[in-house]
Design a protein around this ligand. Structure first.
Ligand SMILES: Cc1ncc(COP(=O)(O)O)c(C=O)c1O
Length: 452
């Protein structure tokens, strides 16, 4: 009993760290108007994260640029918010470029890192005026040079290296024989060394610097130290062989972690592990611009998903709590077993509490199960150590916190499910509908229902 009480106190303390930008009452009112499931976004939190990330690199002896990896959440209103912060945008596809063009974002504020690196793709990217391009293969470089020739623009080329260092992260992007980038020396033509030399031998291209991306939700930052050590050796080698070699930009990718199940280091704590290495690179190789990419950290904590408990079942000392959402709206809960912090709130008009006055006392975290509405075994939401499900009764709402990254962008119509609306609380305190919910009719049409 004592242990249980302590656990609850701990939960409350840690949940209070969560960005909770609407009161229970306000959420009830929004749900009355828009229904559930519903996403809520806090604009102020987006600006705050940019500030925090900038602050973390204040001690770097050079210029710092923050780049938002729009793959994490490409909602146009969120992109517009970041435009106000005058940050750079990290793009990976022509679809993302389309969004950026629609928003008239200055091509100088773009870094483009393709996986496919097709000729036509590079032509379109350069034609929009984007010059900072990250290449990840030798054939990619050949295509870029050809596109540069056609479009008549000299791109500033960054080389995506795969440092092949071990990474402790939820998603790893640096590993031996990996898909991303090229190893430092590995292949005949597909090596960072060979590609840099090729750039210096080609008047259609200008060498800008290096890029690496180690992974997402990184929790041990020694991988950055190891990657920077490997880069330093390569820089020394290149300097000896290329007389006019200089590093103008170093992009160290994403990976800044977010608070889900466990507290994680702050961006400043993270950068403190390798800032000295970065400054040593400046001392040895001259001043360069440091680019920090971030998707997850910049958007995750801005958003809450609200769902409703629509049914419950109790057997064998377990309680199954059935929600009107599912992994079709929060895919990482199934893909990565992401433990989003959840909290149940009592609804104003919910009279069901009369039947459940102290109903959940016997359930601890382990025997209360939040499950989704899909007819799929995977559709069970892992709970976080912070989750507070004490009021998990029919009619109440479950808030999923920190869902702003890699969530809306994964929404899918599995089981003929529609997309929920998204509301933004603006910095002025207004509430704006930033994505309309879709209807079954929309879905039917989209799936070809009107084609006879
Ligand atoms: C090249 C690159 N940069 C940045 C990111 C963003 O990573 P995170 O969301 O962990 O900051 C990704 C994510 O996949 C990526 O592939």
């Amino acid at each position: 009993m004592v242990e249980n009480a302590l656990q609850i106190i701990q939960n409350k303390v840690t949940l209070s760290k969560i960005n909770r930008f609407f009161t229970d009452e306000e959420i009830s009112q929004l749900v009355e108007k828009y229904g559930t499931p519903l996403y809520l976004v806090d604009e102020e939190a987006l600006h705050d994260k940019v500030l925090e990330l900038n602050r973390a690199y204040e001690k770097f002896h050079g210029h710092v640029k923050i780049a938002y990896s729009i793959k994490a959440n490409f909602n146009p209103s969120i992109l517009r918010t970041f435009v106000k912060d005058n940050i750079t945008f990290d793009l990976t596809s022509l679809g993302e470029l389309f969004f950026i063009r629609e928003l008239n974002i200055n091509p100088e504020n773009i870094v483009y890192t393709s996986v496919t690196e097709e000729l036509d793709e590079y032509k379109q990217v350069l034609s929009y005026g984007v010059t900072r391009i990250v290449v990840s293969s030798y054939f990619g470089l050949v295509n870029l040079a050809q596109a540069a020739n056609v479009v008549g623009i000299i791109p500033k080329v960054m080389v995506r290296m795969n440092p092949e260092v071990g990474v402790k992260a939820e998603v790893r992007a640096s590993y031996k024989n990996g898909k991303f980038g090229v190893p430092l020396n590995g292949g005949k033509v597909d090596s960072a060394y060979f590609i840099v030399k090729s750039i210096f031998n080609n008047p259609l291209l200008e060498f800008e610097g290096f890029h690496f991306h180690l992974g997402s939700q990184i929790t041990d930052f020694v991988c950055y130290v190891n990657a920077l050590d490997r880069l330093n050796s390569l820089l020394n080698k290149l300097k000896k062989e290329i007389p006019n070699f200089s590093l103008k930009t170093l992009d160290i990718g994403g990976g800044t972690p977010v608070f889900y199940n466990e507290p994680v280091p702050t961006p400043s704590e993270m950068s403190s592990v390798y800032i000295e290495k970065l400054n040593n690179l400046v001392s040895s190789h001259g001043k360069f611009t440091l680019m920090i990419e971030s998707g997850r950290y910049l958007v995750a904590e801005s958003s809450i998903m609200v769902s409703k408990i629509v049914n419950t079942k109790e057997y064998n000392d377990h309680k199954i709590v059935i929600l009107d959402t599912g992994y079709h709206l929060l895919l990482d809960a199934a893909l990565l077993k992401q433990e989003y912090p959840q909290e149940v709130i009592s609804t104003k008009n919910n009279n069901n509490h009369l039947y459940f006055s102290d109903s959940n006392k016997q359930y601890t975290g382990k025997n209360i199960h939040l499950v989704g509405r899909l007819c799929d075994t995977l559709d069970v939401f892992p709970t976080s150590k912070l989750s507070d499900l004490s009021y998990a009764n029919i009619g109440n709402y479950v808030l999923f916190y920190n869902v702003g990254a890699y969530s809306l962008v994964f929404n899918m119509p599995f089981h003929c499910q529609t997309k929920p609306p998204v509301l933004m609380k603006t910095c002025e305190g207004d509430i704006k509908l930033i994505r309309k919910g879709t209807s079954y009719k929309d879905l039917y049409e989209e799936e070809g229902g009107l084609i006879s």
